[in-house]
Design a protein around this ligand. Structure first.
Ligand SMILES: *Cc1c(COP(=O)(O)O)cnc(C)c1O
Length: 224
């Protein structure tokens, strides 16, 4: 199947329920152009250098999402243009994003990554860490960061119940934060969860943003 056919199929499944982020990491510009020609405008990348290169060479109305682990020393390269940083997983990173946002006078949209998988290798905050971290003092200091919600990755397992439980945990964390820290924030509304293997489950559990790569662009040569 072509990229356009894959995209149409995924779009039908996602419908109006969520924003579809087409994850184009490792894929060439031609693949992105094919999806672009089919109307897709939101793309996700997980490496800063690749993201910047694609941003510079592809149409300017593309919304670029940084979905991978982000190192503080690389924030400066994407702060001027990135539409959403999904994986904010430390206070240090929040402060760096704020600093770089200030430099370009831009409120940088971010999601807080929450550790929902039982696997130890995944990045992210626990719910407790977040509630403790997000003091009024810290938030007042982050005037160039727009915290728009949470992001999580379920364990890479076949057990459907486990995956759903992890998604529900993320929705719970979102609700807790929405009721407490972000009760007056209109922009805190996104729950980024679901990938090619599990986005339909994620949508059923309340995802507002799915990150789908291989179901649109085909398998990647190396698994990242
Ligand atoms: C690669 C990646 C995806 C997309 O994975 P697929 O299984 O190809 O859909 C989604 N989210 C993150 C954070 C990723 O790194």
């Amino acid at each position: 199947m072509s990229i356009k056919e894959n995209l149409d199929k995924v779009r039908k499944l996602v419908g109006e329920k969520a924003c579809l982020v087409a994850v184009s990491k490792t894929k060439p510009n031609e693949a992105i152009e094919e999806a672009y020609a089919a109307g897709q405008r939101v793309f996700g990348e997980n490496k800063v250098q690749e993201l910047v290169g694609k941003y510079e060479s592809l149409p300017k109305d593309i919304k670029w999402h940084m979905i991978g682990h982000l190192q503080s020393n690389k924030v400066k390269y994407i702060a001027p243009f990135v539409s959403l940083i999904h994986g904010v997983d430390s206070q240090k990173l929040l402060k760096t994003i704020n600093k770089e946002g200030a430099k370009c006078q831009r409120k940088v949209p971010c999601l807080l990554q929450v550790h929902i998988a039982t696997e130890e290798t995944k990045f992210g905050f626990s719910a407790e860490e977040l509630v403790e971290l997000l003091s009024p003092e810290l938030l007042a200091d982050l005037s160039f960061v727009d915290i728009q919600g949470v992001m999580g990755m379920a364990s890479y397992v076949d057990d459907e119940n486990q995956i759903r439980t992890e998604f529900r945990n993320l929705v719970d964390v979102f609700k807790r934060l929405k009721q407490s820290v972000f009760s007056t924030s209109d922009s805190f509304k996104e729950i980024s969860m679901g990938m090619s293997g599990d986005f339909e489950k994620a949508l059923e559990e309340g995802s507002t943003m799915v990150r789908v790569g291989s179901s649109i662009f085909g398998a990647r040569n190396y698994n990242k």
